[in-house]
Ligand binder design. Sequence first.
Ligand code: ADP
Length: 423
Amino acid sequence: MAEQNVSIPNVPLNLRIQQLERLLEVSRTLSSLLELEPLLQMIIDAASDLTYSQESSILLYDDLEGDLKFEAAPWFKSSQMQELRVPIEGSIAGEVFTYGEPVVVRDAVADGRIFRAVDEHTGFETHSLLSVPLKVEEVCFGVLTAVNKYGGHFTSEDQYILETLASQAAVAIQNAKSLIEIQKAYEELADLDQMKTDFIAITSHELRTPLGLILGHATFLQDALGDDQREQMAVIIESALRLKEIIEDLSKVDNYRTGAAVLNWETVDLGVLVRRVSAGLMRLAEDYRVRIEFQLPGRPLVISADGEKLGLALSHIIRNGIMYNNPGGQVTISVEKAAGFAQFRVVDDGIGIPQEEQEKVFERFYQVENHMVRRRGGMGLGLSVAQLMVEMHQGRILLESEPGVGSTFTVLIPLDGEQDLSE
Ligand code: ADP
């Protein structure tokens, strides 16, 4: 508890103004220092200056060990002292920490509450001290102490100044600590993301070879089999081709992220591209009992693009229009060339996507339905691959959707003079 009868200050006015100016300057600097170590050093320097003390120190509560640990002190640089700890019971700092109130000790040699091990270890002699709590929103997390007042005793003025400094310092320390935590969490996330990327790269690479063998042998066997088994083999080949598509998607995402993906420019007729892509999805549309409608231009619309990558983007969007639909539903695919753009539009009257999910569906592995309760297949990669392919053409995908009504995906590919090859 605070020792009573603190001497009444008799500080000359100009000295007091100087002190307050210094406090103000320190407060301003405190909020701009984001690294913990220089911040703590600055606080103890200011504490010694402002109270005319020989030294100052900061102890912070360690909730794992349940004691106070020196985080800044004059002898701190000699590393073996860094682990020096002060117990909560049987120390002035522990008392300040427990009650959240300042303590002034005029004669440390005679005071039984002093934890003497610190002086014994450091060779420092404590004669007097002033300890104040470091707290934010009434929660105390450490103690700031000024030791050995020059030319007299610690006054109530010193106490006021040190408490004011401590209240500013406490917020700055908490901010710096939060920043460290955030940086740590960010680094952990970046590590996890790297692990995921490595996993994708390795898995897709390793799966490709055995799958190629399965497909090769199954195709060979299909020709050699009788009619009955041929149908079974067709199912095996179809499933293997689906697996191949998934692996291709995985490596497409990886190639794009590592910068290995390049565009192979060629002449592409947009109407032909849409027909080709849709043809590969007719069987799926039949299975889902979804009708596909086309609104294609009467004459060729030709641009320069990477037909395979653009086709892949369209294929994923159309596939979704079919799969996230209801039996009897419809998917309408239109193509047109507006000023400066080639525009593909895929409209479905399926289940729709809630507003708050519409940005997220383009993220890798994101699926609106929880993975465990999903009725449809997929890995949550289709739209992210589609977006990557479109972005490689400097284009973008727009989404409008309403749950229960349907979704419209619009792909816009900008055309400069050279890419627009139509008459
Ligand atoms: P996948 O279809 O493999 O799960 P996508 O990246 O293609 O992955 O799509 C992400 C999610 O967005 C899907 O899981 C689905 O929840 C939602 N989604 C995509 N397209 C549609 C659509 N046309 N209608 C309704 N929901 C859709």
